[in-house]
Every structure is written in structure tokens, then in C-alpha cells.
Design a protein around this ligand. Structure first.
Ligand SMILES: Cc1ncc(COP(=O)(O)O)c(C=O)c1O
Length: 419
């Protein structure tokens, strides 16, 4: 018999194998200073394009004040216990009511973290006779939620309504045999490449098929739609989303998440979400902080306007310079380049060290082999000057990628890794 750890000693996994070259710099980097458009990385000033603080609330003086006051008033322990037992407060309820009103649903329920919250929302919504149909490019929290499901599941091709319909036909036949129902899951915005989910097309299929629709709108909440209520509002189908999910980790610049739906569905979930029934309640400082953030989302449309001015300047500037930014329909701004992982490392080092630009780098297996994805997250705190400097830097690094500079610089790494 083998030692359980043997495989771990042998193979660190597709990303882990890069740890000795990447850790501390490309992965697990330590950004320092206050969260903003400009921070410090390894002692150097950098323009940061890798923080999901879309509306620039993380370090807004009013937010900092409320967070500090709530910390002083409640400490970081209050309330103790799970919501059901001893962790419930009037402020949790108030936040739920305000969130529900903001996303135009009857009711809402708080989740400690988006990830576990989504996992257990899926778990609670389906039983073994039910069928799940979900986008193949779904976030890990959806995939993990589906993994808990004891019944059948089908993926449909990313944002492909024909593939979805084929799978709905299969699922319908199967559900007729099992006596179950169907749950369709999409993201409101796919966070890697920035496309919106095809919510309108999915909802239109409700005329032909009987299913319920769950949307993870982590990146849409606060950034899309007239009032900031997200991708459903943007596409005019919010009412047809049966269960709406968003996290506080992005536009709300906090921690926690929520689901919103009809009252009866939330009443059910409240008693069946294992991640909330068997875990400590969202702490009060986060609840009070979220109430303040939500108030600012509602009353300060200039935050979203500033964000979109930057998004438009960045995305238009990149396109004008001939960069491939894929098919983004949101603030998420990907730049696709061709190159190996060692070349990507040399390129990002150049961007950070010589141009003071910090953005995330995404490589295989998240994107296909030979593709380098530089993923940029514009925020309301960026300036047009930041955009201009970034565009100049991007033109320079593309030139060096094409003329083989990074290939030469990365030769030693390439040889060592056998790439
Ligand atoms: C699409 C999506 N869903 C869920 C989550 C998880 O949310 P949280 O960070 O609150 O756990 C994230 C990342 O934050 C996300 O991008």
C-alpha cells in the first residue's frame, strides 16, 4: 500500500510545480499600502490593476470611519454562534431587507463567505432526483456545489444557448423518469474573461422547459444595471432569476455574501443552508460595514460612473492599440497574448519592475497552453493618467514579446522546467 502523501511529494500539481519560480512574486505577492489605484510591491510604486474594489470603497474615508466605529462598538467576535442558535441580530435582518430591496427580490439571506454560501445554496436547492445544468466555465464554488449533488448533472458549452437547450432536453427526459426538477446555473459575469452570462437567452427557454435559475453575480453586483443591481437588471431579466447570489468581496469591498429570492424560498434556505446552520454568523463589523456600503451604492451613482469612465478608457485604448481583449462585456478587462509560461513570467517582471504596472497573470491550465492572460480590474479610484501609463507600458511589452526578448530572458527557466 502507498503512503497517502506519496503523490504530493511526487507532483505538486499544474500550478504548484511553478512554486519555486513564482511564489512571492507571481503568486502570493505581497502588495503593501492602503488599497487603492497605486500601492507598493517589493518597495516600488505600482499601479494596481488586480484588486476587485470596483467602486473604490475599500479605502473610502466614510467606509473606513464606519468600519472603525463598528469595530470599536462590537469588537470582532460579536455575535457568537450560528444565526439559528445565538448569532442573529436586528442588523443582520436589516441588511437582508435592504439587500433584497436593492436587487428587487422579496427576501434575502446573508452568507458568511460567497464560496461556501454558493456551495451550500446548490446543496440545499437540489435533492437526488433533481438535475443540474450549468455552464462549463463556472466558478469553482459552483463546481464544488455541484460536486455535492447526489443526482445527475450536465454541463453546457460556455454561454452556448444551443448546447444549453440540448442539455435541457436531456435533463427534462431524465427528470420525468426520476420525478425531480431542473436547476440551471450561470454566472452574471464570468470573472476571468468578463463576458456576461447569456441570462436573457436562458430565461427565454423557460417558455419551453421547466427549470429554476440560479445566478452567481459576484462581478455584476454594483457594476452593472441602471441601479447597480447587476447583470439581471442590465439584461432586463432580474425577475426571472429565481435565486440571485452576490458576494461582498468585490463592489462592496468587504467580506460576506447573500442570496435573494422569493420569501418562501429564502425561508426554506434559512433552515437548510448547512454552511450557515453550522458556522458562525457574519460578524457585526462586516454587517454594519455592508449597510454603509450598500447605502453608498444606492446614493452615490458617481462611483459607478467613475468606474465605467475608467473601464471605457482602458478597454477602448487597448483595442485602439490592437490588443485582443476578447469578448468582455463588463469591467473585467482581459488582455490575451501568445507565449509560454516562462515568457509570461519575464513579461510580468518587466511590467512590474520597469513600468510600475501590477496586474494578475493567468496561464495554463486556467487558459489554453500558449496563451498568456493579463487580467485587469479597473476601479473607480483609477485615473486617466493611470490608464495612459498602462497603455504605453502594454505597447512596449508587446513589442518585446514579439521580438523575442522575453524568450531570451526566460531561456534558463524554460530549460529548468522542460517547457
Ligand atoms: C464568481 C464568483 N463567485 C463566488 C466567489 C466567492 O466569493 P467570496 O470571496 O465571498 O467567497 C467569487 C470570488 O470572490 C467569484 O468570483
Amino acid at each position: 500500500m502507498r503512503d497517502l502523501f506519496e503523490k504530493i511529494y511526487r507532483d505538486k500539481g499544474p500550478l504548484g510545480k511553478w512554486a519555486s519560480q513564482a511564489e512571492g512574486y507571481f503568486v502570493f505577492p505581497k502588495l503593501e499600502g492602503q488599497i487603492s489605484n497605486r500601492m507598493k510591491f517589493q518597495g516600488k510604486d505600482v499601479i494596481t490593476w488586480s484588486i476587485n474594489d470596483y467602486l473604490g470603497l475599500a479605502n473610502h474615508p466614510e467606509i473606513r470611519k464606519v468600519d472603525a466605529e463598528a469595530g470599536a462598538a462590537y469588537g470582532s467576535a460579536y455575535p457568537m454562534g450560528a444565526r439559528m442558535m445565538s448569532g442573529h441580530t436586528a442588523l443582520h435582518e436589516q441588511l437582508q431587507e435592504e439587500l433584497a430591496a436593492f436587487v428587487n427580490k422579496e427576501s434575502a439571506y446573508l452568507l458568511n463567505f460567497g464560496y461556501q454560501g454558493m456551495v451550500s445554496t446548490i446543496d440545499a436547492l437540489v435533492s437526488k432526483n433533481d438535475i443540474i445544468v450549468y455552464d462549463v466555465d463556472s466558478h469553482a464554488c459552483i463546481i464544488d456545489g455541484v460536486r455535492l449533488h447526489m443526482g445527475k448533472r450536465f454541463t453546457y458549452k460556455h454561454n452556448d444557448v444551443i448546447s444549453l437547450e440540448k442539455n435541457l432536453e436531456r435533463a427534462t427526459k431524465m427528470a420525468e423518469q426520476t420525478g425531480g426538477g431542473i436547476l440551471v446555473i450561470s454566472e452574471g459575469v464570468f470573472g476571468m474573461r468578463g463576458e456576461q452570462g447569456i441570462l436573457r437567452e436562458i430565461v427565454a427557454l423557460k417558455e419551453k422547459y421547466n427549470f429554476r435559475f440560479l445566478v452567481d453575480d459576484a462581478h455584476g453586483f454594483g457594476t452593472l444595471g441602471k441601479t447597480g443591481a447587476g447583470a439581471g437588471e442590465e439584461q432586463g431579466v432580474q425577475d426571472d432569476i429565481d435565486v440571485y447570489f452576490a458576494t461582498f468581496a468585490k463592489s462592496m469591498a468587504g467580506t460576506g455574501a447573500f442570496i435573494a429570492a422569493d420569501q418562501e424560498i429564502i425561508d426554506y434556505l434559512k433552515y437548510n443552508l448547512r454552511s450557515q446552520m453550522f458556522a458562525k454568523s457574519l460578524q457585526m463589523q462586516l454587517v454594519v460595514g455592508a449597510l454603509k456600503r450598500l447605502d453608498m451604492l444606492r446614493t452615490m451613482p458617481e462611483l459607478k460612473n467613475n468606474l465605467w469612465n475608467i473601464v471605457n478608457a482602458l478597454q477602448t485604448g487597448l483595442k485602439e492599440r490592437g490588443f485582443d481583449i476578447g469578448t468582455t462585456q463588463s469591467c473585467v478587462t482581459p488582455v490575451f497574448l501568445k507565449g509560454s509560461i516562462p515568457e509570461a513570467m519575464a513579461l510580468v517582471r518587466d511590467l512590474r519592475e520597469n513600468y510600475g504596472i501590477f496586474c494578475s497573470i493567468v496561464v495554463y491550465p486556467v487558459v489554453p497552453k500558449g496563451i498568456i492572460l493579463l487580467r485587469m480590474i479597473p476601479t473607480a479610484t483609477h485615473t486617466l493618467q493611470d490608464v495612459e501609463e498602462t497603455l504605453v507600458a502594454f505597447s512596449a511589452i508587446r513589442e518585446r514579446l514579439i521580438n523575442g526578448t522575453y524568450k531570451r530572458l526566460s531561456a534558463a527557466v524554460t530549460a529548468a522546467m522542460g517547457e
